[in-house]
Design a protein around this ligand. Sequence first.
Ligand code: ADE
Length: 225
Amino acid sequence: MRIDIISILPELFTGPLTNSIVQRAMEKKIVEINIHPLRNYGMGAYKQVDDYPYGAGGGMVMRCEPLAACIEELLQKNSYDEIIYTTPDGEMFDQPMANQLSMKKNILLICGHYKGIDQRIRDKYVTREISIGSYVLSGGEIPAAVICDAIIRLIPGAISDEMSALSDSFQDGLLAPPVYTRPEEWNGMKVPEILLSGDEKKIADWRLEQSIEITKKRRPDLLSD
Ligand code: ADE
């Protein structure tokens, strides 16, 4: 998979994309991530990328020209399965969407700032608008990093124990059951007997029961359909 990211704050990706599973996936050439600093396409001596909104209202809007110049340059070399804009007014990111995106070959992510990007860029280029939650962050970089992390770990080979991605919360529409490791007893609290029984069928049934109970309690919305 190839992921291109357009951002005015490329340094925000250092950390989220240079550690752990994502970093290993890059080293194994499972994924290639290229970050394109939008400022390089900015206008005039100050490399301006934003301007005041028409019709008043507070805040600034990211201008068309720098974004279009960067996107057009990328489109000359690549074709994209999805051009994604991260925005609080997008469709909600969830595990099924992560699964879907993890099967794509080429993705372009556009990170917004201020009041967002000029609508005409959305109309002309963007194929998918994604929100990571019902709150407003300072920019689209953290959402883009969240989306990258969630999809890269699902690409075969990214996680050594592939079963572990399959048993994550949400993969079967339920929250994950509790997990335990050694010691068997800690601070007077014991690991549930059934997990020590070696009976795979009983353990699987117990995990499913726990998942259903936890989901009912914390996320009943997941059970409604
Ligand atoms: N940009 C700012 N807030 C965001 C959010 N919640 N999701 C996606 N992009 C955003």
